[in-house]
Design a protein around this ligand. Structure first.
Ligand SMILES: Nc1ncnc2c1ncn2[C@@H]1O[C@H](COP(=O)(O)OP(=O)(O)O)[C@@H](O)[C@H]1O
Ligand SMILES: [Mg+2]
Length: 296
């Protein structure tokens, strides 16, 4: 099996209810891991994304090499790897954002629920609507209120009905686990919120558009531990409804929150599989070195 091929054939972890300590990393209890993992590889029917031989260049420089991977629906998939290995670029290729960089070029196919998002006649703006994105630095619109931030995309898309806007604001804020904290001050500026709240507001803004998938690029790396915990808890709730792909440089976070982990190195997908396997029993020595903190 080549290093770029999906390996989901690894053994299922044993069951148990205690968290598993592996070196410095604490994994979710095996019973929870088993319950949340699909043992079989994503198939065209169960995948949200199927990337095939994806290569990306910025100008002359190739930064992604032949990435083939399927991402299962309604799971959390973590992408890990040293800085500069191409995690953000790959994530951004999943919703056609990378091409906003002048000189960026992609080869290969990416299917979203079976449809090639790079196919002829596909509108990138529509793909970006179906595939929401949350960034490292929370970026609420500073001149808008909390409520306006949630509905800005809807209003741009022509939703005018006040009741509908209010209803969708509430629903998105509830989904983002922020409603209880802001329901009495929806019309205050978004900038009055804490950093962690602002990040959940950005998640609510993404959810309000009713995307099919949510991509998150290091969403908690600028947050304190308590705010980080809230985002991690939120991921477990969101995956009941959404497929989530999260880039993180925090190994603990990948181990705690994800069902599958992809390890990238120098623009290549080195190893990919159930999170417990990647952290406890990876196939490659490079993966082991990275997840145990020996390099990166
Ligand atoms: N806008 C850009 N223009 C040119 N090169 C870029 C651009 N964005 C990223 N790169 C390069 O692509 C490679 C992968 O970057 P990136 O995907 O941001 O890595 P990571 O998210 O893993 O840190 C790096 O070598 C980076 O310098
Ligand atoms: Mg990055």
């Amino acid at each position: 099996m080549s290093a770029n091929t999906l390996d989901m054939t690894a053994e299922r972890p044993a069951t148990g209810t205690q968290p598993v300590q592996t070196g410095k990393i604490v994994l979710a209890p095996p019973a929870m891991q088993a319950a949340r993992e699909r043992p079989e590889p994503a198939t065209p029917e169960t995948s949200a994304f199927m990337a095939e031989r994806v290569c990306v260049w910025f100008g002359q420089r190739q930064v992604l090499h032949d990435i083939t991977m399927s991402i299962s629906q309604k799971t959390v998939t973590a992408i890990i790897g040293p800085s500069g290995c191409g995690k953000s670029t790959f994530l951004r290729s999943l919703n056609r954002m990378h091409e906003l960089v002048p000189g960026a070029r992609l080869q290969g196919t990416i299917r979203l629920f079976g449809e090639n998002i790079y196919g002829a006649g596909i509108d990138p703006a529509m793909i970006r609507r179906r595939v929401g994105m949350v960034f490292q630095k929370s970026n609420p619109f500073p001149t808008m209120t909390i409520a306006e931030n949630v509905t800005v995309g809807l209003r741009l898309n022509g939703v005018r009905d006040r009741d509908e806007l209010e209803e969708r604001t509430k629903r998105a804020l509830q989904m983002a686990a922020l409603w209880d904290e802001v329901s009495d001050r929806l019309h205050r500026p978004a900038t009055s919120l804490s950093g962690g709240q602002q990040q959940r507001l950005c998640i609510a803004r993404a959810i309000a558009m009713e995307p099919e998938v949510i991509l998150m690029d290091e969403p908690a790396s600028a947050l304190d531990p308590i705010a980080t915990q809230k985002i991690e808890d939120l991921l477990q709730i969101l995956k009941n409804n959404y497929t989530i792909v999260i880039v993180t440089h925090n190994m603990q976070q990948a181990a705690r929150t994800s069902d599958y982990t992809a390890f990238m190195y120098m623009g290549r997908l080195m190893e990919y599989g159930p999170t417990a396997t990647i952290f406890q029993n990876p196939r490659l020595p490079e993966t082991l070195d990275y997840v145990t903190g020996r390099f990166g």
